[in-house]
Design a binder for this molecule. Sequence first.
Ligand code: NAD
Ligand code: DAU
Length: 357
Amino acid sequence: MILVTGGCGFIGSAFLLQWLASSDEKVLNLDLLTYAGHPGNLKAVETDPRYRFVRGDIGNPTLLHDLLATYKPRAILNFAAESHVDRSISGPMAFAQTNVVGTLSLLGAALAYWQSMSPGEASDFRFLHVSTDEVFGSLTLDAPAFTEAHRYEPNSPYSASKAASDHFVRAYHHTYGLPTLTTNCSNNYGPRQFPEKLIPLMIHNALQGNPLPVYGDGQQIRDWLHVDDHCAALRAVLAQGRPGDTYNVGGRSERRNLAVVHAICATLDDLQPRSDGQSYSVLITHVGDRLGHDRRYAIDDSKIATELGWLPSIQFDDGIRQTVQWYLENKAWVESVTSGSYRDWIDQQYATRVQDS
Ligand code: NAD
Ligand code: DAU
């Protein structure tokens, strides 16, 4: 079996669903169920005998030791993290705790477990760490896209914590020989993404008739990767990646934020027109910028394309339509994750941003 951490989050749950749909191998999901973790994401597989869920913290060495000894996974995939940049700006400590200390704790448990294996099992074992392109910092408009050799220049507390975790993963390979793999991917989008991130937040606000808060001039560029493409890339890296290596994963879909928001509005105009006949784009509101806001991310995917034969398959226009459709068809999911503490976050995050237009 494989052990997945953070499997109740956005990407982890997509990975588990894809894994169980395409493989007979069992999975153990270890998730702390923070505000971002939703067991309902895995409703479709919760009674599947191949699926096992344990609530717990990757920062708990005793729990990790017991789980590894009991379940004996052949691989660990680490998705567990604090993942939202704005939350890292208002509260960095949780990011250091989970992303740095938590990953280090997982590496320590994995190392002890790996060292206890037979030589054959040990050579097949993999520790796959899911990281981000944000560790590379910000690009100018005409700069070449990030390759795996790009220097680390993290700019936010979030990206600094992910960079630190990447360095520990690298060190565990270099120092102890642990067979690690690291992936650095761009902005994911798709079903079941928590509506604190740009795309689901805009869909949710639009449907509520609330302002669509675009930070600053909205000309920041992100590369958008459909979560199912990302999960396919992770499976390819797990199966064929070279231990100790890192792999960049992108969607070949660089877009300005404002263009993304307009694409969401146009899709909603088509799928669920407003009763007043106006476009959802009338809700677009420029607000104060994010502190230290990175201007552009872009991925050079030539390594994973040439070495592992992986390419993204979902065009952004198709992916965004499918995503909007999913949110329209899953209002109960949105309601279940946006009660209580979600409202507190939205009030705290957006009430103080001055409207720019
Ligand atoms: P998410 O915030 O949706 O989910 C994180 C999950 O981790 C949640 O289920 C949460 O309960 C769990 N978790 C948090 N702390 C934990 C702990 N201490 N122990 C166990 N579980 C814990 O995040 P996501 O968007 O699914 O991202 C998954 C991974 O991919 C993260 O490592 C993130 O840095 C990385 N990543 C995300 C994106 C993106 O666009 N979402 C892009 C690049 C990289
Ligand atoms: O690049 C990969 C990263 O992508 C991941 O490592 C992170 O976990 C993930 O959260 C994401 O980070 P971003 O900061 O790029 O994503 P977010 O959805 O928060 O914002 C995308 C862009 O949209 C960014 O330029 C900020 C802007 N934005 C965001 C929000 C929430 C707005 O303009 N308004 C908003 O309300």
